[in-house]
Design a protein around this ligand. Structure first.
Ligand code: GLU
Length: 421
């Protein structure tokens, strides 16, 4: 028999399986459950014909993958990116399972994606693409089935189109089908800031355990969107020195600190951090190697790799993006004593507030931003402390500890539910 893993062959899937296998050994995981967790419960592949602005029809390929449903309906983002394929969506769906379980959310993991270059599409084309994709995956989404949210290349407008398309076919408004929606149609206060804010809470705990303060620490941020932009602003407000910031066009560097308020105004006008006065130009790859205390990769995956990990100067790396560190780089950073706060923990604030949004939507009762923020802080702090304590107890790094906690909870759910039929 051929190896069923071949179906999902991709770099990310191989990495995710490698992590699962390593943790399974440490946890002494039941081999049957281990085998089950390697595969998604279901994966839907759809073709999406889109009428382009030039009148021609182009067909795109999209996916929605549910990794497992042991702990509840599935949850996870939708990404629009050129490298999307079955394996590259299945791996982050699996990571969403560990992330949700680690954070104590009643969800299994999912992910969706459409292979495209979103920057090359007009707003109308993006809307057509999103609506037809939603219609095609209608079979597998729903407020108690699978709840998409934004990820790379998608945002709250994408979620509004998805919610509207789903609602139109049901003949009623269904706010709980997606999270990360605009506030006016049932989004949650604080959802947009949630991932960045969660990173700051995680960093705050890390600094405490390392006997440091965030104030006065030098920070480099790669990515200036929803995640990196918000984290940079909040860290700057905490008194950290934001020495470097980069986005997809390039980066800016000033070791004396960048005024994030002024940088935001520059980005609003220029569309990028590039050209910000009072800072030197640097590439968005070189910026990772600049001297700093805290490095925040908050853009895309595989940025810290075997070929640059030796030159990373930070002693704390907080993974704002999903999978910014390759397994080779992870080993190098660990050997060099760098504290890596892994994606499943560092960027989990997004899905935590998605959960709050979903609960609010199901109850038609909305909370104040201060309630969201304090509950987020509580969930992040508790999860961080648990992971830190487990890492100490097991003598391991934070990624291994976080995955151990997430995978253990999912496997417990499987065990207690038993195998159907
Ligand atoms: N895409 C985000 C993540 O990777 C958020 C998912 C969600 O809110 O469901 O965690």
């Amino acid at each position: 028999m051929t190896d069923p893993r071949a179906e999902f062959e991709s770099d990310l899937y191989r990495t995710a399986i490698g992590q699962l296998d390593q943790v399974a050994t440490r946890l002494n995981l039941d081999p049957d459950i281990h085998e089950r967790l390697r595969f998604p419960r279901r994966a839907l592949v759809v073709s999406i014909p889109v009428r382009m602005d030039n009148g021609k029809t182009e067909v795109f390929i999209g996916y929605r993958v549910h990794h497992n449903t042991a702990l509840g309906p599935t949850k996870g983002g939708l990404r629009y990116a050129p490298d999307v394929n079955l394996g590259e969506v299945t791996a982050p769906a699996m990571l969403m399972s560990w992330k949700c379980a680690l954070m104590g959310l009643p969800y299994g993991g999912a992910k969706g994606g459409v292979r495209c270059v979103p920057r090359d599409l007009s707003r109308t084309e993006l809307e057509h693409l999103t609506r037809r994709y939603t219609a095609e995956i209608m079979l597998v989404i729903g407020p108690d089935l699978d709840i998409p949210a934004p990820d790379l290349g998608t945002d709250e407008t994408t979620m509004a189109w998805m919610m509207d398309t789903y609602s139109m076919t049901q003949g009623r408004t269904v706010p709980g089908v997606v999270t990360g929606k605009p506030l006016i149609i049932g989004g949650s206060a604080g959802r947009r800031e949630a991932t960045g804010r969660g990173i700051v809470y995680a960093l705050y705990q890390a600094a405490r355990f390392l006997g440091q303060e965030l104030r006065g620490r030098t920070v480099v941020v790669q990515g200036f969107g929803n995640v990196g932009g918000v984290a940079a602003r909040l860290l700057w407000r905490e008194g950290a020195i934001i020495a470097g910031v980069a986005d997809f066009k390039g980066g800016v560097w000033n070791p004396n600190g960048i005024d994030v308020g002024q940088l935001e105004r520059h980005v609003a006008e220029a569309g990028s951090v590039v050209g910000f006065p009072g800072a030197d130009a640097v590439s968005n790859v070189d910026i990772l190697e600049r001297p700093c205390d805290i490095l925040l990769p908050a853009a895309i995956g595989s940025q810290i790799r075997g070929d640059n990990a030796e030159r990373i100067k930070a002693n704390v790396v907080a993974e704002g993006a999903n999978g910014p560190t390759t397994p080779e780089a992870d080993v190098i950073l660990r050997e060099r004593g760098v504290t890596v706060i892994p994606d499943v923990l560092a960027n989990a604030g997004g899905v935590v507030v998605s959960y709050f949004e979903w609960v609010q939507g199901l109850q038609y009762y909305f909370w104040r931003e201060s309630e969201i923020t304090s509950r987020l802080q509580e969930v992040m702090t508790r999860a961080f402390n648990r992971v830190w304590a487990l890492a100490q107890k097991e003598g391991t790094d934070l990624r291994t500890a976080a995955l151990m906690e997430g995978i253990r909870r999912v496997s417990e759910g499987y065990k207690i539910r038993g195998l159907y039929p």
